[in-house]
Design a protein around this ligand. Structure first.
Ligand SMILES: NC(=O)c1ccc[n+]([C@@H]2O[C@H](COP(=O)([O-])OP(=O)(O)OC[C@H]3O[C@@H](n4cnc5c(N)ncnc54)[C@H](OP(=O)(O)O)[C@@H]3O)[C@@H](O)[C@H]2O)c1
Length: 317
């Protein structure tokens, strides 16, 4: 396990290394989807802290939080250009609308950081586009943004700058999925949905890293971090899990650790990485078990494209 002090040291060193790359004329661009709270918010703060000239996109639904964070980013580094973008990322049409904004405004993206999420015990809940909202927030919405913005991430890679895509979730529960019901229309349970979106994120990371060898792709778990992720859980569940928060990582420390894998450390510059909250690689285990095969990657991505098309057809009605 890499200690927090080693992480802080490496992050500070990385700031020195990019002074010639991150300039007023060539800002370093970070897109943070799901950053009005928690891990996304705090990783954006670390990005502002260690980047000489950062340009930061904050995405979420909470306007007050978004505006507060944009103002704080400015105080962390006065060179920061930050904007808040209000979008519901359970909707593919909203993922497209946001991506279009970035495509119109940027020539490259150095970091695509995806950490939108919520915890709820409810069963399958379909968005207006017909996708279960837990699957959409944890997988389909995230990877729609990745698909759309990859050309810009590739531009950063071509200039020998940091170019990474990080999906923050909970690797570790990859495993067999229901091949006859990939979007779980008929076989929904909290266990199944967790397995499907975890497996799908890991498959996507491995698939895209092969297609884009100059970009680093990560599916990374945070461990337990003291954020607002449980705010939608019933009160009795929140009371029951309260003791665990004493052992939880502070959000600011988590932000430093995520900046480390997302920009600071050269170890994740290219390739695919599936890592837990202690930076331990899980990829080998799931490769050996046959959960990351090229065939699965293609089948699930083809399904993903079909879901995008069906969702967009519904939203345009
Ligand atoms: N914290 C932990 O211990 C832990 C452990 C394992 C995994 N994770 C995973 O890590 C990720 C980040 O969690 P966190 O702890 O940072 O949680 P958090 O503090 O609750 O942040 C979640 C973010 O997602 C955004 N979000 C939720 N629904 C959205 C929607 N429909 N559209 C757009 N944005 C939406 C929220 O913004 P708005 O409310 O403004 O929309 C918020 O900015 C989640 O996927 C979580 O499951 C966390």
């Amino acid at each position: 396990m890499t200690s927090l002090s080693a992480v802080l040291k490496r992050n500070a060193q990385s700031a020195q290394e990019i002074v010639t790359l991150s300039t007023a004329a060539n800002p370093t661009v970070g897109v943070f989807v799901g950053a009005t709270s928690g891990i996304g918010e705090n990783t954006a703060y670390a990005f502002a802290k260690y980047t000489p000239y950062p340009r930061i996109y904050i995405v979420g639904r909470n306007v007050d939080a978004g505006n507060r964070i944009v103002a704080k980013l400015q105080t962390i580094n006065p060179n920061t250009q930050a904007t808040f973008h209000r979008h519901d990322m359970t909707l593919i049409s909203q993922a497209d609308a946001f991506s279009q904004t970035v495509l119109e405004q940027e020539k490259k993206v150095n970091l695509l950081f995806l950490s939108p999420g919520f915890l709820a015990l409810s069963g399958r809940t379909e968005s207006a586009e017909g996708i279960d909202t837990k699957m959409a927030i944890n997988y389909y919405g995230r990877w729609r943004v990745v698909e759309k913005l990859l050309p810009l991430v590739e531009k950063a890679a071509e200039s020998e700058e940091n170019a990474r895509v990080v999906s923050v979730l909970a690797p570790g529960t990859e495993g067999p999925v229901n091949m006859n019901d990939l979007d779980l229309k008929h076989n929904y349970s909290l266990f199944n949905v967790n397995r499907h979106f975890t497996e799908f994120n890991s498959l996507a990371v491995v698939r895209f890293a092969q297609l884009y060898p100059k970009i680093g792709f990560l599916h990374a778990g945070p461990g337990i971090v003291n954020t607002g992720i449980g705010r939608e859980l019933p009160w009795y569940v929140r009371v029951a899990v309260k003791p665990f928060t004493f052992f939880a990582t502070r959000p600011q420390d988590s932000g430093e650790r995520f900046f480390y894998i997302a920009q600071g450390s050269p170890d994740y510059r290219t390739g695919s990485h599936i890592i837990d909250g202690n930076f331990k690689s899980l990829k080998e285990k799931f490769t050996e078990r046959g959960y990351l095969t090229p065939q699965l990657q293609e089948t699930v991505w083809k399904h993903t494209e079909d879901m995008f098309n069906e969702a967009l057809a519904k939203s345009s009605k």
